[in-house]
Design a protein around this ligand. Structure first.
Ligand SMILES: [Zn+2]
Length: 343
């Protein structure tokens, strides 16, 4: 049956060959005679390897090897440099060979769902054209920081793995539009949110208690976060009204404040004191009044309404981490309706 399809492809010179669900265990060597093939579907068979003759398919842009019995990405694929879409879902792959990844500079879509992968090697960054990576239902425990170097990525799907954290470098992916991290073991998202273009974020079924500082500035269309350990909505009021700042903190705040005016004596003098500059470089900004401070005075949770503050269609309450400069800010009446709770 498979041979009939190959003969037909030979006769018609069709650039697409569909050999899915044919109970194929080995590919016929005749493939060397089909160099014009662009799309090859070999999914739902019993392939455990691919013959080296496949390297003759130099025009191949799409290859579907889903639902076979492969234990690794077939080494011959590193010679198919035109490959654009590669489907390897539903196999028994446990190891991603860095060598194969280096041979696929034009790959835009990589689907490795339902395999046994524990580690994504740092060489993944060699897939410099990759737009979409999907590794759902595997055994991933961590993802490499190098993923943050893959600036073309618009979609990442790591649903149902064993991730405990994600690298902060993922925030460098300014083109990222969809991120699926549901059903992992995440306890927090790193501080320093980027993702100006993120539209869909799915972090349902993790162990998150609060979202990072500035989360309300994302412009999401969809957010999924059910099944986490989020801090409960509790409105709090502080009985303490004034605090006494240490001299170091007081002077730091004064200098940081003065330094915002480029004509001030402080901002002209500061370059002469590199140690002081270094110390002040770790400054933070109050989440309510925007005033600068050196040492975080209060770490709080602010309950943000997704409709009101993030412009989403649905109205949900999301706890977001917020750093405050003083009890005065904590007790500011106009922010009580957000619900501020001390961490
Ligand atoms: Zn403040």
């Amino acid at each position: 049956m498979a041979n009939e399809s190959v003969i037909r492809a030979l006769k018609t010179k069709s650039n697409s060959l569909n050999l899915s669900s044919r109970k194929i265990t080995h590919l016929p060597e005749v493939f060397a005679k089909l160099p014009w093939i662009a799309v090859l579907k070999l999914n739902n068979n019993y392939l455990s390897s691919l013959p080296s003759e496949l390297m003759c398919l130099q025009k191949l842009t799409e290859l579907n090897l889903g639902n076979n019995v492969l234990e690794e990405i077939p080494p011959v694929l590193k010679h198919l440099c035109c490959l654009n879409k590669l489907y390897l879902y539903g196999n028994k792959i446990s190891h991603l060979s860095p060598e194969v990844l280096e041979g696929l500079p034009n790959l835009e879509l990589l689907n490795l769902n339902h395999n046994r992968i524990k580690v994504i090697p740092a060489e993944i960054k060699k897939l410099c054209s990759l737009k979409s990576i999907s590794v759902t239902d595997n055994h991933l425990q961590q993802i490499p920081a190098e993923l943050g170097l893959m600036k073309s990525l618009t979609e990442i799907n790591f649903t149902n793995n064993k991730l405990t954290q994600i690298p902060q470098q993922l925030y460098n992916l300014s083109q990222l539009r969809k991120l699926y991290l549901a059903r992992n073991n995440l306890t927090e998202l790193p501080e320093g949110l980027g993702w100006k273009n993120l539209k869909i974020l799915d972090v349902a079924g993790n162990f998150l208690s609060v979202f990072p500082v500035g989360f309300q500035f994302l412009r999401l269309d969809e957010l999924f976060f059910e099944g986490n350990c989020l801090v409960p909505f509790t409105l709090m009021e502080s009985i303490q009204e004034k605090e006494v700042l240490a001299l170091k903190e007081l002077s730091a705040r004064l200098i940081l404040q003065e330094n915002t005016n480029s004509f001030s004596v402080v901002s002209r003098a500061l370059p002469m004191y590199p140690d002081l500059q270094d110390m002040l470089s770790h400054w933070g900004q109050c989440g309510l009044c925007s005033q600068p401070f050196l040492t975080t005075w209060l770490e709080c949770v602010q309950f943000i309404n997704t409709k009101k503050h993030m412009g989403m269609k649905s109205s949900q309450s999301v706890p977001v981490r917020v750093l405050l400069c003083s009890y005065d800010c904590f007790n500011r009446d106009d922010h009580q309706y957000y619900g501020l709770a001390r961490l």
